[in-house]
Design a protein around this ligand. Structure first.
Ligand SMILES: Cc1cc2nc3c(=O)[nH]c(=O)nc-3n(C[C@H](O)[C@H](O)[C@H](O)COP(=O)(O)O)c2cc1C
Length: 188
């Protein structure tokens, strides 16, 4: 499978990058093709909500010229997409949110019989690291991700939250094993 991974943390050696590294290593060892995009090093402007992209259901057709269209095109070409992010104030980072907002251009006719998605059927997964635990903390991130799958008409191929990750690099002992199991489920 061709797997696109999206690094949503600015810290190249941080907890999220480390966990993503374990996932990618496992995917590659299983023979899958992995391409990572570091979202922080890309220009992704906020969605303007102009709805120009709705005029052409067969193309991205966003009027903004930055890196978003290229990233969304790679998403369309992949068999699976993995979103990753540290929890930032009970949400994903601004980089990830900006791309999710711009992905509005992948879908037309949401909530109508003409609902069309340019990534329909793709496997997608979400990996989040955080300092706290799951409860009373990151539920909104995963609820939102589930809704995004309905919007995209994609297959939810996994959700992993690694809590107890401190900003100075401490991660729970079982983090690597959980990342490996998550990687395997992503490409089943
Ligand atoms: C601005 C900011 C906001 C944060 N908000 C949360 C939060 O809402 N919930 C949580 O569990 N951890 C929160 N954290 C902790 C980070 O999510 C956690 O340490 C994460 O593993 C850092 O990932 P990184 O090393 O990839 O940057 C926050 C950290 C920062 C810097």
């Amino acid at each position: 499978m061709k797997v696109l991974t999206l690094l949503g943390s600015a810290r190249k050696k941080g907890n999220t990058a480390r966990a993503l590294g374990w996932v990618e290593e496992e995917l590659k060892s299983l023979g899958h093709e992995v391409e990572q995009i570091d979202l922080t090093r890309k220009e992704i402007k906020g969605c303007l909500g102009c709805a120009k992209c709705k005029e052409n259901p067969k193309a991205i057709a966003c009027i903004q010229k930055d890196d978003a269209e290229g990233i969304l095109t790679k998403m369309m070409e992949a068999d699976a997409t993995l979103f990753t992010s540290p929890a930032y104030f009970w949400g994903v980072t601004a980089q990830v949110k900006a791309l999710m907002d711009r992905s509005w251009s992948l879908v037309t006719g949401f909530h109508t019989p003409d609902h069309v998605s340019l990534v329909e059927g793709q496997r997608q997964a979400l990996l989040v690291t955080g300092g706290g635990q799951y409860e009373n903390n990151v539920e909104p991130i995963f609820t939102g991700f589930g809704r995004l799958q309905n919007f995209y008409k994609t297959v939810n191929a996994g959700e992993l939250f690694i809590g107890g990750c401190t900003i100075d690099g401490n991660m729970p002992e079982d983090a690597r094993q959980r990342a490996i199991a998550f990687a395997r489920a992503l490409v089943v």
